[in-house]
Design a protein around this ligand. Sequence first.
Ligand code: ATP
Ligand code: MG
Length: 272
Amino acid sequence: MEHSSQVLNLLAGQTDATGEVRLPSAGSDADVARKAAFTAAPLPSPPVHKLPAERRDRERILPPGAGGAGGDAYKMLRTQVLKRLAQLNANTLAVLSPTAGDGKTSTAINLAIAIAAERNRFALLVDFDLRHPTLHRRFGLKPTVGVEDCLQSRRPIHEALAKISGYDRLTLLPARSRVEHSSELLAEGRTAEVVAEMRDRYVNRVVIFDLPPVLSTDDALAFSRVVQAGLLVVHEGRTRREDVTRSLSLLQELPIVGTALNASREPSGTAY
Ligand SMILES: Nc1ncnc2c1ncn2[C@@H]1O[C@H](COP(=O)(O)OP(=O)(O)OP(=O)(O)O)[C@@H](O)[C@H]1O
Ligand SMILES: [Mg+2]
């Protein structure tokens, strides 16, 4: 039954410029409005940027297909995360850690690449570390419109999307600059609206959010009411047990799909 409804959705949907299946839906007024937007002209495709191999390696970014050294660990993490997300019927995931520098952004990037390495699976990676956005720098991008502009001035999100050459099923939504009142912005209705749009628009996409540390600011806590699940990154030999406990107790209402161990040697993941 589930299989056939998926097939129906695919047949009823259309493929946009990124190759993802966009769904027309019906029902509520919002759905009708979404359907009207859907039937309008297709969205322009995001600009495609090159990522030179030397920058990619320096920034510890996996190659397309998540091959190479370290790829297996992220594929293992991916498979466990996707399984838990499916159990939760969720497709939005916040990548979290107790303190700064534990490897959230690196994990978010490589998890997204590993997800997009699966055929028929798409990943959207969003920089919601609006205190200290770094996603654009890791990929060498200089965005003129950032996700924060879409939240603050209601610009459509497609204006801020970017693609990286070779990473066919991965789309980035980077931030451009630091936002002063980021936790308030993340808690606002407009953010929930944008996330709902990301969540509903595509049937086969996982949306991954990079966030600031849980214990440094209230951004992650504010956003935990909007996102459906979290992945906790801990740094081997550095993250303190009490900080993990405090983070989990702050986030107690957010389903945590697992922990990812980031270590100088190899990242590895466990989901439970
Ligand atoms: N396993 C690793 N081995 C060596 N260096 C790493 C590893 N993981 C991440 N790094 C490097 O450590 C730095 C911090 O990593 P990253 O930016 O992923 O952490 P973060 O948790 O997002 O930090 P922040 O809290 O500042 O956003 C980066 O320069 C990254 O390249
Ligand atoms: Mg980071």
